[in-house]
Design a protein around this ligand. Structure first.
Ligand code: COA
Length: 390
């Protein structure tokens, strides 16, 4: 039985800061951000967007054409949760009118949470093949104004329906996985911004890639040449290029040429360059980017996935693109969404970054912004009030 991704939705904020604008304000050569990190724009969430609204908008796309009553579980992966107790997915469950006979839970392991959710969804569908599971990965990345991580900030959400007879991608069972307790990136409960040792984190990311790929190779009997495209976790786009070069060197003794690099990962990077880091969503935003942007049909091609969540858990696995995947893909809406966003000035970005909500239970009506179909409208008695827009 094939099990895998039946549909995909991707959504990011309607506001962005051009990375050259940030470089000017921080007195840094723009080439460092554009070439050195591979970023062009940074998505900025207005006060009325949070991981719940971003996720609900992505889920709305992913559910198009899927009867709501088919969804037996909603797995919400985030590391920028809006509540310590209640799963953010429960708000999405209501906003999207999902059936009450539906399990909802939130998962967290830094940027790896989404891959845990996908693998758990596959297991749930294997037990009950007539059911479908909605996976939503959604995050807003924050490192702090003027910090080394600032140019990699961003936000976004990806939603995927996992089913038997998947229309987009059949997930293969072989995988490599590595867990190790390390402190490369974390965010204590009292902090709004992550604490990160960026260089150490990038080294671990690469080491764990090499280890998990070896495991995957042993288990599957497949090598690098059996995989045509690679979706990497994308803290910034250049991280994928560097990791892919390291994987080639370890497996084949030499780094890939620029043409090979372009064919194998080029199309996966486009959305990340426009949004910045979306943590748990980033790797699957790479998949949406590949499916939407590839000029060559991808039917029958194998895609390798490397998911890395600081702290850390890494996993390498693969999937095969299904015949007819383009039929209901919905690429046009995503391309239109990305090309019709609002540019912010540096002052506009900093004002959104610094916007704070009350922590004493007092009422706050959130200003109106350009958003998708859902928004955070107010805070009342410590409750977040979400509503559908138009
Ligand atoms: N033109 C072109 N490239 C330039 C440049 C210029 N003028 N100036 C610097 N660069 C390059 C550097 O050579 C480097 O590339 P390299 O690693 O291939 O050598 C890259 O730009 C980044 O420069 P660096 O000095 O290393 O940046 P930094 O120390 O200010 O911060 C991170 C980089 C990634 C550590 C930082 O953005 C960060 O902490 N990010 C968040 C955490 C993260 O992304 N972790 C990754 C694993 S999940």
């Amino acid at each position: 039985m094939k099990i895998g991704l039946d549909s995909i939705g991707f959504y990011t904020s309607r506001y962005y800061l051009d990375i050259e604008e940030l470089a000017r304000a921080r007195c840094v050569d723009a080439a460092k951000y554009k070439v050195g990190l591979g970023q062009n724009r940074m998505s900025v969430a207005p006060p009325s967007e949070d991981p719940v609204t971003l996720g609900a908008n992505a889920a709305l796309q992913a559910l198009e054409g899927t009867p709501r009553e088919d969804i037996a579980a909603l797995l919400f992966a985030t590391e920028t949760s809006v509540d310590q107790s209640k799963a953010g997915g429960i708000y999405i469950h209501r906003l999207l009118d999902l059936p009450s006979r539906c399990r909802v839970v939130e998962l967290k392991q830094a940027c790896y949470g989404s891959t845990a959710a996908v693998q758990f969804a596959v297991a749930l569908v294997a037990r009950e093949p007539s059911s479908k599971v909605l996976v939503v990965a959604s995050d807003i990345s924050r490192y702090g104004l003027g910090s080394p991580g600032e140019p990699t900030q961003g936000c976004g959400a990806v939603a995927m329906v996992v089913s038997a007879k998947p229309r987009l991608l059949a997930i293969e069972p072989e995988h490599g996985v590595h867990t190790e307790e390390v402190m490369d990136f974390w965010r204590p409960n009292y902090r709004q911004e992550a604490v990160v040792d960026g260089k150490y984190s990038a080294r671990l990311y690469t080491q764990v890639l090499l280890e998990t790929f070896e495991q995957y190779k042993r288990e599957s009997g497949r090598g690098l040449g059996d995989i045509q495209h690679f979706c990497y976790h994308l803290p910034f786009s250049r991280m994928a290029e560097k990791a892919h070069a390291a994987l080639h060197k370890a497996q084949l003794g030499a780094a890939p040429g620029s043409k090979t690099l372009q064919v194998q990962i080029g199309d996966t990077l486009h959305y990340n360059r426009q949004t910045g880091n979306s943590y748990s969503a980033a790797i699957y935003a790479g998949l949406a980017s590949l499916l939407d942007r590839s000029e060559q049909p991808l039917e029958g091609r194998r895609v390798g996935f490397y998911s890395y969540g600081s702290g850390c858990v890494g996993e390498f696995f693969s999937g095969v693109v299904q015949p007819g995947y383009r039929r209901d893909l919905g690429s046009a809406a995503r391309l239109e969404m990305l090309s019709s966003r609002n540019a912010l000035s540096i002052e506009g970005y900093e004002a959104m970054f610094n916007y704070a909500i009350p922590t004493d239970g007092s009422f706050l009506e959130i200003p109106i912004h350009d958003v998708g179909r859902f928004r955070l409208a107010a805070i009342r008695d410590h409750k977040r009030i979400y509503e559908a827009v138009n």
